[in-house]
Write a protein that binds this ligand. Structure first.
Ligand code: DX5
Ligand code: ZN
Length: 224
């Protein structure tokens, strides 16, 4: 799997989202959109109407990360609206299999996210139901937090579980990913890298994406 970079607009200027999306167009593989509802996480961001507007303004595929209390109710709507990837949290879903299948049925890639304290082992049987596993490297809710090193062993175990399964499941990391931390994430087996502050906090977001990509590519171990 080639390295993919997904800049998070959580660190962008919310009053100028179309312009902010344009700054990474043709450079980023995805645009990461963090949906938060004040319940699953102690922060509130945006919802379906904003995602629908973004879809009209950018050609970059949208990677929706739903940090909401009731993903079973809402996730399929994001897929139907045209988000190319929709990720739900394992801790929030009450019917993960049904919801992941509904996301796929609506034509999107289905992602499953795990908080730092959630073990990956309990989700081994869900591998055939997902296109991407998201290992959170901060507690979800806010951008600009410090990368949690304690998650690294889980990231390696997640890579091993995916390899053992043998299907094509991408491994995404989200939280505190920067020039300081991206190489060790790549070494541990991540292949999709979300970066908020490291991209939108930079003077030149497009250059920041290119820099992160080259660091991750150099650190990615050969796989066969
Ligand atoms: C946090 C979000 C992240 C956030 C990452 O809950 O899921 O996507 O934007 O921001 P950084 O890269 O600044 O840690
Ligand atoms: Zn996110």
């Amino acid at each position: 799997m080639a390295v993919q970079i997904s800049p998070s607009i959580l660190s962008a200027d919310f009053a100028r989202l179309a312009d902010e999306a344009a700054r990474v167009e043709n450079v980023a593989d995805w645009l990461h959109v963090d949906v938060m509802d004040y319940h699953f996480v102690p922060n509130l961001t945006l919802g379906l109407p904003v995602v629908e507007s973004l879809l009209k303004t950018t050609s970059t595929p949208i990677d929706c990360h739903l940090m909401i209390q009731d993903p079973d109710r809402w996730a399929p709507d994001y897929a139907e609206a045209g988000a190319a990837s929709v990720t739900i949290h394992a801790e929030a879903a009450k019917a993960a299999v049904r919801t992941l299948r509904a996301i796929r049925a609506a034509g999107a890639r289905a992602g499953l996210a795990l908080n730092p304290a959630t073990a990956v082992e309990g989700y081994e049987d869900l591998m055939p139901e997902i296109d991407m596993l998201l290992v959170m490297t901060v507690e979800p809710g806010f951008g600009g937090q410090r990368f949690l090193d304690i998650v690294m062993p889980k990231l390696s175990r997640a890579r091993a579980l995916i390899d053992k399964y043998g299907g094509e499941v991408w491994l995404q990391v989200d939280g505190g990913v920067s020039v300081e931390t991206i190489e060790r994430c790549a070494e541990a087996g991540a292949d999709v890298f979300v970066a908020g502050n490291a991209v939108y906090g930079a003077d030149d977001p497009a250059r920041a994406v290119a820099e992160l990509r080259s660091l991750a590519e150099r650190a990615t171990p050969p796989r066969w």
